[in-house]
Ligand binder design. Structure first.
Ligand code: GUN
Length: 311
């Protein structure tokens, strides 16, 4: 049964250090990569970038760097944003049939003339390390996931590492995105470790959001709205997970990175809270590496022990 976390010194929330939790997972993953390499196969991730969003280039570079650090092989395919959709589809098909490639992701958003749903459906579900393909979404919803989407899975592992028991807890997810909100809710309601929570999903049409969020023992803010959740919306001692990454202009003209939670105000009420940056972000990155290693293990039929990293 979930127990609210006691606030740390000075009555302020404990800070959940995603960087250090992720660093430990990465160490375990490095050992798993070595096991695969010793068995004759280097796990390999292919990333495809065809994005009008400059931030996507940074995200792709980080994913590539993460792989290299762990000894995971990489392919880094970049297409012009005005390339025809067929070009992207051919690239996906080539990578689907490339036996050396275990994981494949196409960074979203893609160029406006390409339908991202069509992109996802063309990715081989066994290589779908984002877990966005309908087959993988369906398996997750049905309760027998192959891969779990990286951000919700990272949050699940972060809660476990922090000693937060989700069983019987009231979990409230703010945001219903395909990438975070909906799969997070699906993981919380699963009859499995990291699940068994009574789960509410709030979204842009929710009435009296604060009344819902104040019910939460575990509150995941993933709406993409800067500082949407403040201390008055949080139950005393709750665990608050901030998925938002928003750049905002302050009155003094300087820009700042903030989450979906107003951190300073939330800290006074919450029992534990993730910072931005250094909270959910590193966990998401670690779980992409996990899925890549798992994809290699499944497709090569090589046993690796990943139980310390994910589920
Ligand atoms: N764009 C923002 N987050 C993600 C992600 O997790 N995967 C992909 N493919 N694109 C993204």
């Amino acid at each position: 049964m979930f127990k609210p976390v006691h606030a740390g010194c000075l009555g302020m929330a404990d800070i959940i250090d995603g960087d250090s939790i992720a660093a430990e997972l990465r160490e375990d993953l490095t050992a798993a990569v070595e096991t695969l390499v010793d068995a004759g196969h280097r796990p390999t991730l292919a990333t495809v970038l065809m994005s009008p969003d400059p931030a996507s280039e940074t995200y792709i570079s980080m994913k590539q760097d993460d792989c290299e650090e762990l000894g995971i092989g990489t392919r880094d395919v970049r297409l012009d944003t005005d390339a025809p959709a067929e070009r992207l589809f051919e690239t996906i098909e080539q990578l689907n049939t490339d036996g050396a490639v275990d994981g494949l992701l196409v960074q979203s958003p893609v160029a406006d003339h390409v339908d991202y749903r069509e992109v996802i459906e063309r990715i081989d579900p066994m290589k779908d390390v984002d877990a966005f393909h309908p087959e993988n979404v369906g398996r997750l919803v049905a309760g027998y996931p192959r891969y779990k989407p990286c951000t919700p899975h990272g949050i699940q592992q972060m809660l476990a590492a922090t000693g937060v028991d989700t069983e019987g807890a009231d979990a409230v997810v703010v945001g219903r995105s395909r990438i975070v909100g909906r799969p997070m809710a699906n993981l919380f309601v699963q009859r499995a470790p990291g699940g068994n929570a009574t789960t509410t999903v709030c979204h842009s049409r929710t009435e009296d959001l604060a009344a819902k969020t104040r019910q939460a023992d575990i509150l995941v803010a993933a709406a993409g709205v800067p500082e949407l959740v403040d201390g008055s919306m949080i139950q005393e001692g709750a665990v608050v997970v901030d998925v938002g990454i928003n750049r905002v202009e302050r009155e003094n003209g300087e820009s700042e990175l903030v989450g979906d939670v107003a951190f300073e105000s939330a800290r006074e009420t919450a029992g534990a809270i993730t910072p931005v940056p250094g909270g959910v972000g590193p966990m998401t990155r670690a779980m992409l590496l996990y899925n890549t290693v798992k994809a290699a293990s499944l497709q090569r039929d090589i046993d690796v022990d990943l139980s310390a990293v994910g589920s």
